[in-house]
Design a protein around this ligand. Sequence first.
Ligand SMILES: [Zn+2]
Length: 264
Amino acid sequence: MSIAAPVSIASTPAPLQDVEQHLRDQVAACTLMLNDLEIMGYSGHVSARLPEGRGFLIQSVDQSRASLRPELLLICDMDGYLVSGPAGLRPPSEVFLHSEIFRVRPDVNSIAHFHHDRTASFTLADGPQLVPVKNHAVRWANGIPVHPNPNHVNSPERGRALATTLGASHAALIRAHGQVIVAESVPGVLIDSVHFVENAEAMYDACMLGRVLPLSAEEIASFSKDIKREKHINKLWTYYVGRAQSLGLLPQTWNLQPKLSTAA
Ligand SMILES: [Zn+2]
């Protein structure tokens, strides 16, 4: 008598169109949430790498960050040029910030670029450099480089220069301009953007009180050991999605699981 083989339900890769739709829902939701949290504002963008070298998703130049929808996202190739999207829409001028980072950072699957004023203030004064001061800022223990060129990253050359400044770091400041956050997923980029701004605001406040005490190497090592990144991302993504849904910001019909489930 033979025993039936167990049915595998978790190892089948999701169809590409399901992956793309899930990323579309996540990018649109992430943009709306960053806008609602007053991190994104009237300009900036979130992108997500598509599988199998199919380029990346990014919003169009003119679409409001307060009303983005998944079907309005464009697909661009790794040279930053439009592949597909609704008629009449074109990529943002800073699309090359995304394409050139994706090109040289295979570990990065999502990028957020925004122009948060309090965070940018650390590039405007001959004062303290932005460093990790709050516990979750251990994410940037290997440095927060400052890109010296405040111009829009609106050419491949400027994109490559920014990617060089970023190096292996998980975030960079662009002097007198804005911020760049890179992560392994769209939920990761949302949570990192929240913590990056929290850290900058906390350090700004601490500067008002006295000499800033950045996290020490020992504190960074100890907290880094404690934190379970994937679990933390899932917890905060679930919180922010729930908050946005309760405010009526996100439709219940969008697939906003942190990871796409492939179980039938
Ligand atoms: Zn910008």
